[in-house]
Design a protein around this ligand. Structure first.
Ligand SMILES: NC(=O)c1ccc[n+]([C@@H]2O[C@H](COP(=O)([O-])OP(=O)(O)OC[C@H]3O[C@@H](n4cnc5c(N)ncnc54)[C@H](O)[C@@H]3O)[C@@H](O)[C@H]2O)c1
Length: 681
């Protein structure tokens, strides 16, 4: 039983903490374990990514990186690296059981497998190697993708599953109990494929692989058509990259598909938290005071199952709405300063950092259990614990007791990492089928529409979410009510037959069904509308909008820019538009990558605005410039717009930041002033 700190582990903690704060810090060479030194040598002979030279490679002077490499054929590359291939038979049984509970993923395998829709994809994945992930990996391969995989958490790999996947010919680089060095080595192995070609797609959890690509192999981002990210914590990191203008690939945010975050995070974590606590500690939950830090999707699901077992729950929150929800759900809501003395079990579920710190731990009851189900190793200050414990007692794999100088002890499962995946088997197959159906759809979307998604963070359309839900309803024997014609008219809702857009073998392509205007399997009811006399809104570009009709694939509206006005320059994140000008005259500027042009627009001119195009327009002469535009898919809301600099000074200021009503009033006032000026001269 170790009674002093394991240096390797401490290094890995620092790395992950810094990583969370925006950069990777590779552990210094002296602490590199012997096993990895061998890998280092092997890597340094084949590593020439010139932009980056981590400390790992710095001691190998003759092998200094010299040029950017887009092709790296390495005859010594290992085809896989796992714990024990002899576990394959056991792993295959786990995969078969998971398949039976993953109807959405299996349906995608059935629909898209024969089409080999992902043929040409070289996918590098970095996500927990569990049975559910295994089913997704084998499905992606069945769809035609070449795959290399590492694990995002050093403790979550299920070694028997990894063995079964390797036996089936898939390149897995992961084993339970990796050090941080080994985890990074594993990620590195997934960058170049055996034929020397680099990855062209990423499937990530926690932004682990995406950050390595951006910091160490940024020259390869030009060949990557997209990345799909699994979790809240990863999206937070990607948003920081995006904000700092460092993001270089289009991302699909799988986490925010409703069938992911309201299911996996809520129902999945609710069940697997209990599983993790029980396997780690065997503790009775009924009657215990549980302090739940964070009442988002994960927190709410955990509260529900903990209270179902009779726990008495105290919630801490920083978000007033979530705090109010917790209070109305019947829980006590207070601060950590108060809760730290009361809790017997603490659960962090935030995706943030430093939630349980030294000052809290010192005040806790003897044998309090500290669990994390949120992100990485950042939520509990494990570094503080290691530095301040007088003795660390390992009671069983992944469970340590920290004895403190105040005479009390703290139980820490999973070294502060996510308890459900480290001490139990993660979220159950059925709920992961939702999440991974979204992942597969995201990969199909990014590949089949490569070049069409702009660099940014996108979400899948709602219709795909509905299809994922549909695929699981049947398995659960749920029958869906159908909206009547009268209800459709009363609620102004399309009376489509939702069952017609389920993941059936009849649908030629899921993506076509949801986002193209060619809605072969969807027939909306008739709609009729006259152009409104007054504008409904002011568009983020500054033009006056009169909305027309919306259907599943697109929406139509009329735009009007009054005389002598110049719009704001903007770019759309996800929608395409086609504009047809009805009257007036103006100039229209569009820029995409290197291509830039200004065209004269007037009656009967039609133009396109693809995703990722910056555009701005202005009127010429005394008449308003009027156009009808089709937006595909339908306009998702003002967050769709990215303000750009443009080439002309816009007529209004601060449009992008004002509320819609205020903008509208300012705008109408300015039009009035313009009108008076025109009249005066
Ligand atoms: N272990 C798993 O299997 C698993 C599965 C899904 C998600 N996650 C992770 O769980 C975390 C939470 O996910 P989510 O979907 O619930 O996110 P969320 O954004 O819905 O909820 C997080 C909540 O934490 C609260 N919070 C933030 N800082 C806080 C603080 N200092 N004190 C108290 N509350 C605070 C926020 O206000 C928010 O309500 C993320 O890191 C996510 O990646 C883990």
């Amino acid at each position: 039983m170790p009674d002093k700190i394991d240096l390797r582990r401490q290094n890995s903690i620092n790395s992950e903490f810094l990583q969370h704060h925006g950069r990777f810090e590779y552990p210094p060479s002296p602490s590199t374990p012997n096993g990895i030194k061998r890998f280092r040598r092997q890597e340094s002979q084949n590593y020439f990514a010139g932009e980056y030279e981590p400390e790992h490679y710095a001691d190998d002077k003759q092998q200094q990186p010299q040029k950017l490499v887009f092709f790296n054929m390495d005859p010594t590359k290992l085809s896989h690296k796992i714990a024990d291939i002899n576990l394959a038979e056991l792993g295959r049984k786990a995969l078969s059981m998971a398949e039976a509970e993953m109807p959405g993923v299996m349906q995608l395998r059935k629909v898209f497998g024969p089409k080999k829709i992902l043929k040409g994809v070289r996918l590098a994945g970095c996500l927990h190697v569990t049975a559910q992930t295994g089913v997704m990996i084998e499905t992606l391969r069945e769809l035609g993708a070449e795959i290399q995989w590492s694990c995002c958490n050093p403790l979550s790999t299920q070694d028997h599953v990894a063995a079964a996947l390797v036996k089936a010919g898939i390149s897995i680089y992961a084993w339970k109990g990796e050090t941080m060095d080994e985890k990074l080595w594993c990620i590195d192995q997934t960058i170049f494929f055996p034929d020397g070609q680099p990855l062209n797609a990423i499937l990530d959890d926690g932004c682990n692989l995406t950050k390595v690509i951006h910091e160490k192999y940024s020259h390869l981002t030009s060949v990557i058509h997209g990345c799909s990210e699994e979790t809240t914590a990863g999206i937070t990191k990607l948003r920081i990259l995006l904000r700092d203008r460092k993001l270089k690939v289009p991302v699909i945010n799988v986490n925010d598909s409703v069938t992911k975050s309201k299911f996996d995070n809520y129902y999945g974590c609710g069940e697997s938290l209990i599983d993790g606590i029980k396997r780690a500690t065997d503790v009775m939950i009924g009657g215990k005071v549980v302090v739940l830090i964070g009442y988002g999707n994960v927190g709410k699901g955990c509260a529900k199952s903990l209270s179902g077992l009779g726990a008495r729950i105290i919630v801490t929150e920083i978000d007033p709405i979530c705090a109010l929800q917790a209070a109305m759900d019947g829980y006590q809501v207070t601060t950590m300063a108060e809760a730290r003395k009361l809790g017997q079990i603490f659960v962090t579920a935030t995706g943030s950092t430093g939630l349980i710190r030294g000052e809290h731990i010192l005040e806790m009851r003897d044998m309090a259990i500290l669990c994390n189900i949120g992100s990485g190793q950042t939520e509990i200050d494990v570094v503080w614990l290691k530095e301040n414990a007088v003795k660390i007692e390992n009671v069983k794999p992944q469970v340590d007791i920290y004895h403190l100088s105040n005479g009390r002890a703290i139980i820490l499962p999973a070294d502060g990492r996510v308890i459900n995946l480290s001490c139990a088997h993660g979220n159950p197959s059925l709920v992961m089928s939702n999440s991974f159906s979204n992942q597969i759809l995201a990969q199909i979307e990014l590949f089949t529409k490569r070049g069409e998604y702009s660099i940014g963070i996108h979400t899948l359309p709602k219709t795909l979410d509905e299809q994922v839900a549909m695929a699981h309803l049947e398995y659960l024997g749920v029958k869906l009510e159908k909206i009547t014609e009268a209800q459709s008219v009363y609620t102004d809702t399309d009376s489509d037959d939702s069952s017609g857009i389920a993941l059936t073998t009849q649908s030629t392509s899921l993506i076509e069904t949801s986002t193209s205007t060619n809605q072969t399997s969807f027939i909306p009811s008739f709609q009729t509308k006259r152009l409104p006399i007054n504008p409904d809104a002011v568009a983020p570009d500054g033009s006056l909008v009169r909305t027309l009709l919306t259907t599943i694939g697109g929406s139509m509206a009329q735009f009007e820019l009054p005389p002598r006005m110049t719009s704001h320059a903007v770019e759309h994140r996800t929608v395409y538009e086609i504009w047809y000008f009805l009257s007036g005259q103006g100039e229209f500027w569009r820029k995409q990558n290197e291509r830039e042009e200004i065209v004269i627009v007037d009656a009967d001119i039609c133009i396109t605005i693809p995703v990722g195009t910056q555009f701005q327009f202005r009127t010429i002469g005394q008449k308003s410039l009027v156009a009808v535009a089709i937006t595909m898919p339908p306009w998702p809301g003002d967050s769709e717009v990215i303000p750009r600099e443009g080439i002309w000074n816009a007529s209004l200021i601060n449009i992008g930041n004002s509320s819609m009503k205020l903008r509208h009033s300012i705008y109408l006032f300015m039009i009035f002033v313009t009108f008076l000026i025109v009249k005066m001269f």
